[in-house]
Design a protein around this ligand. Sequence first.
Ligand code: FAD
Length: 378
Amino acid sequence: MSTGGHPFAPPHHEQRWVDTATELAAEFAKTAGALDQSAELPLANLQALHGSGLDAALLPKELGGEALSYRSYGEIVRLLSAACPSTACIWVMHIGAGVGLAEISAPDAARFYADELIAGRRFANALSEPTSGNLFMMPMQHAEPVDGGFRLTGAKRFASGCEIADHFLVNALVEDKPTFFGLAADPATMRFIPIWDTMGLRASRSQLIEFTGTLLREDRRCPALRPKRPNHIGAGLAFLSLGIADAALAALVDHARRRIIPTTGEPLARMQWLRFDVADVHARLEAATMYARHMCWLADENSAEFVPATIRAKQLANGLAVDAAQLAVRVGGASAGYLRSSPIERIFRDAQAGGLMAYSLEVCKDTLGAALLDGHDG
Ligand SMILES: Cc1cc2nc3c(=O)[nH]c(=O)nc-3n(C[C@H](O)[C@H](O)[C@H](O)COP(=O)(O)OP(=O)(O)OC[C@H]3O[C@@H](n4cnc5c(N)ncnc54)[C@H](O)[C@@H]3O)c2cc1C
């Protein structure tokens, strides 16, 4: 797929990375259904992504990467998500934590995390808490000062890909202030509680982690500086939902063209109700795409407008994915939309996750609505 030409599209010189993701995604699509059923981590997919050089390419140039643009990154997340959204979800979290730690750590630690990412080590985010829920940037658990750092006893929930992670991005209250740390997996004090029997994104295995006196090392504490570049989780989440909407639209168009309605002798695709509804979903997909690409352009410009733009982009994409998947179920009917054997059934379940993931659809709307109605910037 060539996306060049438009200022919000991936830069022309990065097209080879979009092509690489297109090829990988074609392979990932073949196993997405089986991984959903078994709820196994898509380890081979994640290793293939690393093997392609994509993980390292996202690092800043001074740390051995290519500073791949957010415009290309967004397009790549979308392609992966259309093929296997569990893979895309873990990859967004892996890049968000790995590149994020390399961006926000003190220089020696930053170099260490960049080298670990380049070497193929795996990263995860342990931010959400059972108590704080959606407000994952506002931890409620305190880390207590000890020699060499701080000890954390508590729990973090829904850490995608945590069971294969070598390093975590963790936050906790230190002297009442939210503070980020890099943390190496520590089986002696960290335990995964198997809560992950879910409706959708089943292969993302986003388990609950219990911490019992885990040491958060002082030398892995991230200085409270403004990150040099925007975080890749904020930039990626809208594209997770756009990819799922792409998959829903492709599946419903394919079925509507093949399914012959006996009373008319014509394909379902000729029905006017479907033409109206598919036009509506498609127009919203185009609009949400344009806005999400604009958001990535703001990230490439390192603009302060990026943060409210992530919230708008996520809101537009999350709701659209659910509506596109719902239409696909109607088009598929019982035989092609409701049976477990149908890809549409999995797409419908996967589509629900985007709006639940932080910031949830409601938190996004509340933030933007309050900004408008209360008269301050969103
Ligand atoms: C597939 C998946 C992968 C995830 N991966 C990770 C990960 O890798 N790392 C990680 O740290 N977390 C991860 N999460 C967690 C996620 O980001 C959220 O923090 C979590 O889903 C919140 O769940 P909750 O049950 O506590 O919801 P709650 O926050 O309790 O939300 C319940 C309801 O209340 C609403 N609500 C909550 N707060 C507000 C508010 N302030 N204003 C308006 N409405 C509100 C919500 O919109 C929702 O409707 C993942 C979640 C999912 C589903």
